[in-house]
Write a protein that binds this ligand. Sequence first.
Ligand code: NAD
Length: 298
Amino acid sequence: MAAEIIDGKAFAASLREKVGALAAAFEAQAGRKAGLAVVLVGEDPASQVYVGSKGKATLAANMASFEHRLPAETSAAELLALVDRLNRDPAVDGILVQLPLPGHLDEQAVIAAIDPDKDVDGFHVINAGRLAVGQRGFVPCTPLGCMMMLTDRLGDLSGLEAVVIGRSNIVGKPMAQLLLAANATVTMAHSRTKDLPDVVRRADIVVAAVGRAEMVKGDWLKPGATVIDVGINRLAPEPGAAKGRLVGDVAFEKAREVAGAITPVPGGVGPMTIAVLLRNTLVAAHRNVGIALAEDAI
Ligand code: NAD
């Protein structure tokens, strides 16, 4: 039987709607909107598109959007001064510095300068540490979105075998931490893992975050497994086409014949990322002002 296709677009739309309604209630109570500041340095075309869509989504969710577009030659001191201003600005609940930064800027130093309680991307080491020890903080948006889709489909993850392929700081590692906190038995696989197909074959849950087009094959999967495909890879264009197709890290057509449920690319994990960013900003706003919010319910 073909796998259920997990509709990330629909899931994200319903999360955005929920966040939008709660953001309107926040405004009524706090007397101001929840605010997200996004900082973009340079003219990277993909980053410009991301920043534009984050700004639009923020406004659509009844929040204030503060966009700071700086020239590529911005110095570290200028960027750090802006981050410092945003840290102290009471209208700003969340701060996101769009990565990658131009080569002369130290990304870790910039992330370290963000107030951890406004770090809605969850990239600050304080938030990575909070996640690791189970304290309240901010969790990176992509893995948190994956987790929401997993618990929506599977409910309690206790005792399930989960294999996370990829160990990046922004996807693989926080994903594994979230699964562990939900009592799954977690294996982290990476580029040095031996016999990856055999490791994946024992998984009830597979999260692929590698960045290699269609690497995970259908016959690597345990029948009925839930597969979350984080990868976004553009194939070479077909003859006559201007752009190649977008595919994930999982060979979707074969995988869907074996899996129980699978996220498509595009339309799976991707749309969830911005929705979770809005969710994290809403949470930050409530914490900053001291208004109660049932965080686990969103
Ligand atoms: P990354 O390059 O930082 O990490 C990739 C990881 O894959 C590394 O830890 C590496 O050990 C592992 N890896 C590489 N080759 C491997 C192999 N042959 N076998 C097993 N593991 C291997 O990437 P990232 O930032 O974690 O992103 C991963 C993918 O997810 C990319 O395609 C990226 O575009 C996509 N992504 C999507 C979203 C979204 O919103 N949907 C967000 C972030 C990243």
